[in-house]
Design a protein around this ligand. Structure first.
Ligand code: NAD
Length: 509
């Protein structure tokens, strides 16, 4: 889908900030290194100006209410849906993934807009809360108003799907958003914001774009936003948290992972190998919830390894039609992948297939006999490589799976679904798929996020909506109690009555 199919974008595509002369940077085609388009590296002052406009827009957007916002979000969703082929070509050009994978990514993202818009009122709307015995005279209500302006800082690996987990949910909750896409995929970010401006001409500043590198992201953290939703590496996440700490700005952290698959005794090894292959190699392994380690019990090991190796050897990395996966998007990542493969091989590991790198293309690499101390096992590789390790039983598989500072997701294949679910519960991660891989990401109602170095907070689902709202509790006194408990007029005898009441009510357990 390259060549003549390249989208008609950019140079003319606008950033929402056009004032003042600024530094610019280029976006590249990762397969060829060719410059695709040029973008402003927005300054702190420009970021602040965008946030200022967003604050005003947030007022209008918040007052629209759930029904009004739902209508506009539906228009945005339709605008994106109508533009799928063009956007997918852009994703292919700027991120490098095959066109069909780009279509799948966008489809999943669109579904999240629909879900967030549809469910926002149910999750965040006002509700009555039982007041309890001591406050029987109070009518209690709870609602979740928006935070105001949310800054969304995105990565490049799923440049539509990943930020959408914050964009759609923050918008549906009633916030305005200033979005800084990765410096590797600015045109894709701009496409989404342009689609918003076409779909919601009444509120162009509700979703704005700023582009640039780390300093632009850091400026967003310090710009007076009410929350930062960050998706990226754990190392950058620390910097984002430090910048946000200065202003006590709350953060949502969606960081890296080193996800494992466990294949137990009696598992369907062919199905497990098929899933492991997709989990490890699709998107050239540049998936936060990709499978980077597989632990296989003795009895399943040989069958699994043979299935996986045969399938992996048949994959074809490339740029043209029919490629299984594309180039490594970020040039510096190639060195990390090279280092991890070299470390695995230098410490006793073997590559059953792959292990070579040509330009930005890494061959599908299956590594066995790699010690647990190798960086190929301990650190996020973010390439089309996977380590497969033989373990005596599921207990050992779980121990090794959980012996990581990360904890994003994972996958389990076992003799029965019931056994698989029991293993999944014990995996230290935010999400686990049983009998499949990364399935949870396609269920909009399920929360998505990690533990440990994989971050905290959740996108998607009810939790993802609440992430962008604040709980607001209100009590309305309906009548005065005969004896006011919280008054300096309180009679002395009330204390004795309270002691008796609390003993009666709670002291008998
Ligand atoms: P990155 O950390 O290099 O960059 C992420 C974003 O942060 C970019 O927009 C970047 O410009 C910005 N940034 C850089 N320095 C900053 C600073 N000092 N202050 C503020 N912003 C700054 O990550 P990446 O290479 O774009 O993405 C890959 C990483 O993202 C991987 O670790 C992957 O696992 C992770 N990821 C996680 C999820 C998830 O949902 N948990 C999803 C996708 C990717």
């Amino acid at each position: 889908m390259r060549g003549g199919a390249l989208p008609a974008y950019p140079r003319g595509m606008t950033s929402t900030l056009t004032d003042a002369a600024v530094d610019t940077f280029d976006s590249f085609d990762p397969a060829t290194g060719a410059v695709l388009s040029s973008w402003p590296a927005h300054s702190a002052a420009q970021v602040e100006a965008a946030v200022g406009r967003a604050k005003e827009a947030a007022q209008w957007w918040g007052e629209l209410g759930f029904a009004g916002r739902r209508t506009h979000l539906a228009s945005w969703k339709s605008e994106i849906a109508r533009g799928v082929p063009g956007l997918a070509r852009l994703v292919h050009a700027e991120n490098g993934k095959p066109f069909p994978d780009a279509v799948l990514e966008i489809t999943l993202a669109v579904e999240h807009i629909a879900w967030a818009a549809k469910n926002a009122r149910r999750v965040l709307g006002p509700r009555r809360i039982r007041s309890g015995l001591l406050a029987a005279n109070q009518a209690s209500t709870l609602e979740y108003p928006p935070l105001g302006v949310v800054g969304v800082i995105g990565p490049w690996n799923y440049p539509v799907f990943t930020p959408m987990g914050s964009l759609a949910y923050a918008l549906a909750a009633g916030n305005a958003v200033v979005f800084k896409p990765s410096e590797h995929t600015p045109a894709i970010g701009a496409w989404l914001v342009e689609a918003w401006r076409r779909a919601v001409p009444a509120g162009p500043d509700v979703l704005q774009l700023v582009t640039g590198f780390g300093p632009t992201g850091a400026a967003l953290c310090r710009s007076g936003v009410d929350k930062i939703a960050f998706t990226g590496s754990s190392a950058t996440g620390r910097k984002v948290m430090a910048a946000c700490a200065e202003g006590l700005v709350p953060v949502l952290m969606e960081c890296g992972g080193k996800d494992a698959m466990i294949v137990g005794d009696g598992a369907d090894v062919a199905a497990a190998a098929d899933a492991a292959l997709w989990g490890a190699m699709s998107n050239a392994g540049q998936t936060c919830i990709g499978i980077e380690r597989v632990y296989v019990t003795d009895s399943s090991y040989d069958g699994f390894v043979s299935e996986l190796t045969t399938r992996a050897a048949a994959l074809r990395p490339g740029d043209g039609d029919g490629a299984s996966y594309g180039p490594i998007t970020m040039p510096s990542q190639v060195e990390v992948i090279r280092r991890h493969i070299a470390d695995a091989l230098a410490t006793g590991g073997r590559a059953l297939t792959g292990g070579t790198i040509e330009g930005p293309f890494v061959t599908p690499t299956v590594l066995v006999d790699v010690p647990e101390t190798s960086s190929a096992v301990t650190d996020e590789t973010f390439g089309p490589t996977v380590t497969v390790t033989r373990v005596p039983d599921v207990e050992e598989a779980l121990r090794r799976t959980n012996a990581t500072s990360y904890g994003l997701a994972g996958s389990v294949f076992a003799a029965s679904s019931k056994a698989g679910v029991e293993i999944a519960k014990r995996m230290r991660s935010g999400m686990t798929s049983v009998n499949s891989v990364i399935a949870f990401a396609s269920v909009p109602g399920l929360p998505f996020g990690g533990v440990g170095e994989s971050g905290f907070g959740r996108i998607h689902g009810d939790d993802g909506l609440r992430e962008f709202a604040r709980a607001k509790a209100i009590t309305r006194q309906r009548f005065a109690l005969p004896v006011a408990l919280t008054s300096f007029e309180r009679p002395e005898k009330v204390t004795g009555q309270l002691v008796r009441a609390v003993r009666l009510l709670y002291g008998r357990g």
